[in-house]
Design a protein. Structure first.
Length: 219
């Protein structure tokens, strides 16, 4: 078995001889096969279809390297790498736009809390109105229940049945609205928590807010 160092020396000698024997205007194609053989030729050797091929100039310098065709697995891996790279690039661009928007919107963290309170106030107002309406519906339902007492063991009048069903539907609608607004409050708090945290990171990293003041806006 020929030692690796000897193979390298032999391969180098073969390349040197091939370059020396080639005309000044010619190029030499050189490759090393998977089993360590060095092959040269005046065109890309067929034996090296699956390994890189170096195209050498007449002075022995590498003009270019011809890479072997990618396998299906390699193509999939390259495509996945490209997809991930694009995704990271898009995420960075999106984050940069969000950072700029934060610095354009808020002059300080106190402004963020003011915006939070404003957003929460509208949702809480809707919850309060719904609860008031539920109180009204409860009073109406009590009256309807009292009326049903006159029809023990008798079928309720259609009008009374419809009034009870309508009352129940209105109560359910208000209850759903309250649940939705409570979920919205949770979402709003998280959004402003995230914005406050990111704003703090940007300021600590040296970023400056560039909110337009009323004075600059009129210039």
């Amino acid at each position: 078995m020929v030692p690796d160092r000897s193979r390298t020396a032999i391969g180098g000698a073969i390349v040197a001889l091939a370059v020396a024997a080639a005309p000044a205007s010619a190029t030499v194609f050189v490759c090393t096969t998977a089993d360590g053989r060095t092959i040269t030729g005046d065109r890309p050797p067929a034996e090296c279809a699956d390994v890189p091929i170096r195209e050498l100039r007449a002075d022995g310098l590498v003009r270019r390297v011809i890479e072997p065709p990618l396998t299906e697995e390699q193509r999939r891996a390259r495509a996945e790498q490209a997809r991930l790279a694009k995704q990271r690039h898009d995420e960075k661009r999106a984050q940069a736009r969000q950072d700029i928007a934060l610095l354009e919107t808020y002059a300080n963290e106190a402004d963020i809390e003011v915006a939070r309170k404003t957003a929460l106030a509208s949702r809480q107002a809707m919850i309060d109105r719904s609860r008031k309406r539920l109180e009204t519906f409860a009073v109406e339902r009590k009256k309807l229940d009292e009326e049903t007492e006159f029809y023990v063991n008798r079928k309720l009048p259609l009008k009374l049945e419809q009034a009870i069903e309508a009352n129940e539907s209105l109560v359910q609608a208000e209850q759903r609205l309250i649940v939705e607004m409570q979920a919205d409050i949770t979402r709003i708090n998280k959004r402003f928590d995230d914005e406050a945290g990111r704003y703090r990171e940007l300021r600590e990293a040296g970023a400056k807010p560039f909110v337009r003041t009323s004075e600059s806006a009129t210039r």
